[in-house]
Design a protein around this ligand. Sequence first.
Ligand code: 5GP
Ligand code: MN
Length: 318
Amino acid sequence: MTLDDILKEIEGAETILVLAHENPDGDAIGSSLGLCLALQNMGKKAEVLMSEYPANFAFLPGIENIKKAASFEKYDMAIVVDCPDIKRVNSEYIQYFESAKVTAEFDHHNKNSMFGDYNIVNHVSPACAQILVSSFEYLHIEITKDIATCLLTGIITDTGGFKNSGITAETFDFAGWALTKGVNVSKIYRDSMLITTRTKFEAQKLAMERMEFFDEGKIAFTYMTKADDEKIGIETGDHDGIVEMGRNIVGVEVSIFIYQRDDGSFKASLRSNDYMDVADVCMMFGGGGHIRAAGCTLEFPLEESKKAILNEVRKHIQ
Ligand code: 5GP
Ligand code: MN
């Protein structure tokens, strides 16, 4: 089985690089750090390359393993987590993936391009971290309290705090087991889901104030521009979670949040509740994701971007 092969490759490697998608969320960070700690416990020189991450994850064990610049010119192995395609990795780091002697990936996105030499992809898993839990269990790789803290953070954030439809009995089995290991589940939940900085709060306030509803309230839409970000003094991760606000309103099937990037384009985040496949919608713009959570880039000015995404979404409204 592929997992046994991956273990053999890990055993034969000395230096191992861990990568995840750009704009990392809790699952990307938790999965990267959990894997990195496990590799280090196996005696490997392992590190994570990430250009930036939201400050509320700084509490995670092994956070110092996140580096902005590579410590090695070439790695024996590169493992990518929570990422459907190598194109979603920070472009500066792709060279290290390409020059690694062997590559593997663990992922749960439904449109994964199977870009590794070894690919462990399970698109019904609610979090990449949950795939790592079952993989570690299968391979008898010890899940220490620190590793469990990182992986549970991935699971809690990607399941929206144990509430999204993809949760399984294993989700709770692992959370229960982590509690018995002494993992501080309350702290993880609070730090990764509830705590908000003042700038993030101001961003949410503005986005909420601006929210518009279309198609008898089935579509919620809001946006932020670069000028808004500058005025608020936005930090990495401050846009995260805004799209969830629209989704929780009665009657809303799809929530859309778009925010402007430095190059002027708009990053769109979509969430649906009951029937809309938002990954399909986002694929029309070269993006993707999951059925109920997806994203893409809109290469137009504000009004045109808004029109383009609304038009596409409307084709899927019932
Ligand atoms: P978010 O809206 O939180 O940024 O992303 C929701 C989901 O969609 C995540 O699984 C994320 O990886 C995926 N996603 C977001 N933006 C893109 C994109 O531009 N391309 C692809 N392929 N997936 C995306
Ligand atoms: Mn994920």
